[in-house]
Design a protein around this ligand. Structure first.
Ligand SMILES: [Zn+2]
Length: 137
């Protein structure tokens, strides 16, 4: 995908501050830096989102995320760390090449995610679980 900004970063056509690279992933500093140590972990091969990752990519991305997260913890000593990953415009995805954010967190750092729980009855949860199990067979 020649016009994809992350493909161009992977191809080294656009500079990035790389922190980790392996066969399937590239981790680099997010330009926006919500907090110091904010890193993106991207699949090297173009995949638009989580749905498009194959099993090898999915495993590699999370293996790299855990490894880089430990480095972020050791280097920046955040009080916490959020993993953020968006799929589709409605979810807030802005670069349509799979990546996840490792965001070091501190009390009152201004990053907020509203979590509007609906607490449906157990029967609704069972219906939803059955729907998903049918698609996971
Ligand atoms: Zn791409």
């Amino acid at each position: 995908m020649a016009e994809c900004v992350f493909c161009r970063i992977v191809a080294k056509q656009i500079p990035a501050s790389v922190v980790h690279e392996d066969e399937h992933t590239l981790a680099f500093m997010d330009l926006g830096q919500v907090n110091p140590g904010h890193v993106l972990v991207a699949a090297k091969a173009h995949a638009e989102n989580l749905y498009a990752l194959d099993d090898t990519q999915a495993a590699a991305v999370f293996r790299a995320a855990a490894k880089v997260a430990r480095a972020v913890r050791d280097a920046f000593s955040p009080e916490g760390l959020s993993v953020y990953q968006a799929n589709g415009k409605a979810a807030g995805q802005t670069v349509f090449h799979f990546h996840l954010h490792l965001v070091p967190r501190h009390d009152n750092d201004g990053m907020n995610l509203t979590w509007p729980v609906k607490n449906p009855p157990r029967e609704r949860l069972e219906e939803a679980a059955a729907k998903l199990r049918a698609r996971l067979r």
